[in-house]
Design a protein around this ligand. Sequence first.
Ligand SMILES: Cc1cc2nc3c(=O)[nH]c(=O)nc-3n(C[C@H](O)[C@H](O)[C@H](O)COP(=O)(O)OP(=O)(O)OC[C@H]3O[C@@H](n4cnc5c(N)ncnc54)[C@H](O)[C@@H]3O)c2cc1C
Length: 342
Amino acid sequence: MAQEMKTITIAGGGLAGLALGIALRRVGVPVTLHEALRYPRHRVCGEFISGVSDETLASLGIDAALAPAHRPQQVRWWSGSHFLSRFSLPEPARALSRFALDEVLSRQFRALGGEICENSRVAPVPAPGLVWTAGRRPAKGPWIGLKAHVRDLDLDHSLEMHLGSHGYVGLVAVEDGWVNVCGLFRLMPERARSSEPLLLTYLRHNGLEDLATRLHRVPWREHSESAVAGFRLGLQPPLPGLMSLGDAHSIIPPFTGNGMSMALEAAALAVPPLQRYARGEIDWDLSCALVRQTARRAFTRRLSLAGTCQGLLLAPWFRRPLEILAQEQLLPFSLLFSHTRR
Ligand SMILES: Cc1cc2nc3c(=O)[nH]c(=O)nc-3n(C[C@H](O)[C@H](O)[C@H](O)COP(=O)(O)OP(=O)(O)OC[C@H]3O[C@@H](n4cnc5c(N)ncnc54)[C@H](O)[C@@H]3O)c2cc1C
């Protein structure tokens, strides 16, 4: 006789929540997912996925959803208006808009029998079977993230990284000729009112005038401009009694392009304990403890290294040495790449 399984409730239908929902449905676990907004929607994200293995994508069952992604491998890097260097990532990344990806994943989850409640905001109240994948938590923080899609930019199949005085911005081609432009900047204390997009104001404030001029000349995708502020990077304060995954658990500095990979890896590592809980083999507390332990092992080192690297990237005293090291091709990119991904 088929065994009745307990339902898993997922709060937050971003990458962690949708991937987890799909993986659980594939092994027959009943899942209800609550998403505060509606699909499809633009999100602040560089949309550059780097680090997650093909095996993890296949084990979650979302490899086909990511198949249309561009596979950029070359990076071109500027500091202000100075071109610093060009290098090749040890393995190609994936680039696909969250507008497209989350929509495809939500359809896949529904097709597998998952229930989605859109426009449904859940409260973080611990309950057995409730998984918290609701993303960044409101907190006082010094950062603002800004993103838009533009077109008619020639990126030469590369990722462009532009380092500014108080932040950085990446450009990468996503689907249908659109280019994602997304940056993380220190919040400006105050700014004069302006009719231009906030992203351009921040680029100019960061000494990225050439890039702002380039972007000013090209078409911008309607409704794609988005902004987020009021969050902290690194490990997030724990929410007692809740199983938190993805950004709700920890936020890696975005220059790594590893945040979405971490959300997917976290979903993958949570599947076996959740499956055992749903079958009644272990209780909820043990399931949470197992996920916490595995997540700590998987993410602590890369979070700490990425935090140190971002500090150096943005430290005024390190800028000149950094530029010289980059121009002389003396930065250990491959080593940093692998250590910020495992
Ligand atoms: C400026 C910037 C650039 C970035 N660039 C990159 C990049 O290039 N590559 C990369 O890999 N990562 C990048 N990231 C990080 C990446 O976006 C996140 O790590 C990733 O989105 C985390 O996925 P998630 O599912 O945990 O959260 P999210 O994708 O944020 O999803 C959370 C979902 O929960 C919903 N929600 C919120 N509250 C509730 C509630 N109470 N009830 C129900 N639903 C709720 C939200 O609407 C949202 O859909 C960037 C981040 C920033 C800030």
